[in-house]
Design a protein around this ligand. Structure first.
Ligand SMILES: [Fe+2]
Length: 245
């Protein structure tokens, strides 16, 4: 596989100083991410070794599947932060927000002013990888009305947009920012998503990056890095996350 090639540049060689990861699933047992708090700690220790300065972890909030509340998330964050210093993990800063599925539950949360923003007024949102929500315009309206700027998680994974970049132009014009998964550029989700990710990078569609890490396997893939010919570009792109300082 491509990401095992000797020509690859490992992630630790390209992580910009002070990198902030804005997408991960590192609160144990509340979504499809890590299963135990020690798995979180191990990944955070490796992130610290990579030179990552801060993570804002983003458990799923999804109606019927993972209807997490702001309280379940902040409680889990508190538990995690308590075990880090005794384990000697003290440099990486850990915060929590959420990855909001654009569904009816998000409507309710917006109406009740029960949102955990990523940073300032940014919120991370996703849609199904099978089809966009029918009421996307309405959802965007509600997000903006509540005063938030949506960052669309992993646009490169929505294959229904692959041959229709005009729809992406429309999303950007209407106010979405785009967050690319570094794992997409590793080839983790397959060659089609990798090449679409590269195209979006080349065409300057990407505002921010994130790992979207869920487990040890993905950590291994991330650490192996990227094809050398795109490594420099990725490093440059990763600098944009300074906006979350
Ligand atoms: Fe995610």
């Amino acid at each position: 596989m491509q990401f095992l090639s000797k020509k690859d540049t490992p992630l630790n060689e390209i992580v910009p100083n002070g990198y902030i990861d804005i997408h991960s699933h590192l609160l144990a047992g509340i979504d499809d991410g890590v299963k135990t708090i020690y798995q979180s700690a191990y990944i955070l220790e490796q992130f610290e070794n990579l030179g990552i300065k801060k993570i804002i972890t983003t458990p799923h909030i999804m109606q019927d599947v993972w209807p997490n509340t702001s309280k379940t998330i902040t409680n889990k964050l508190k538990e995690l932060k308590e075990i880090l210093p005794p384990l000697g993990i003290s440099h990486i800063e850990v915060q929590a927000s959420a990855e909001y599925m654009m569904d009816d539950l998000l409507f309710n949360r917006l109406k009740n002013n029960d949102i955990l923003p990523l940073h300032q007024n940014y919120i991370l949102v996703e849609m199904s990888t099978f089809s966009p929500p029918l009421n996307l315009t309405e959802i965007l309206f509600e997000i903006k009305l509540a005063g938030y700027t949506p960052i669309l998680a992993h646009p490169e994974r929505y294959s229904f947009y692959r041959n229709d970049l005009k729809k992406f132009d429309k999303l950007k014009d209407s106010g979405f920012l785009f967050q690319l998964n570094l794992l997409s550029l590793s080839g983790y989700y397959g060659e089609d998503i990798k090449s679409f990710a590269k195209k979006l990078v080349d065409l300057d569609y990407i505002d921010f990056t994130g790992t979207d890490i869920h487990n040890y396997h993905q950590l291994g893939v991330l650490e192996k890095g990227f094809e050398s010919k795109i490594a420099e570009k990725i490093s440059h792109l990763m600098m944009k996350n300074k906006a979350f300082s």
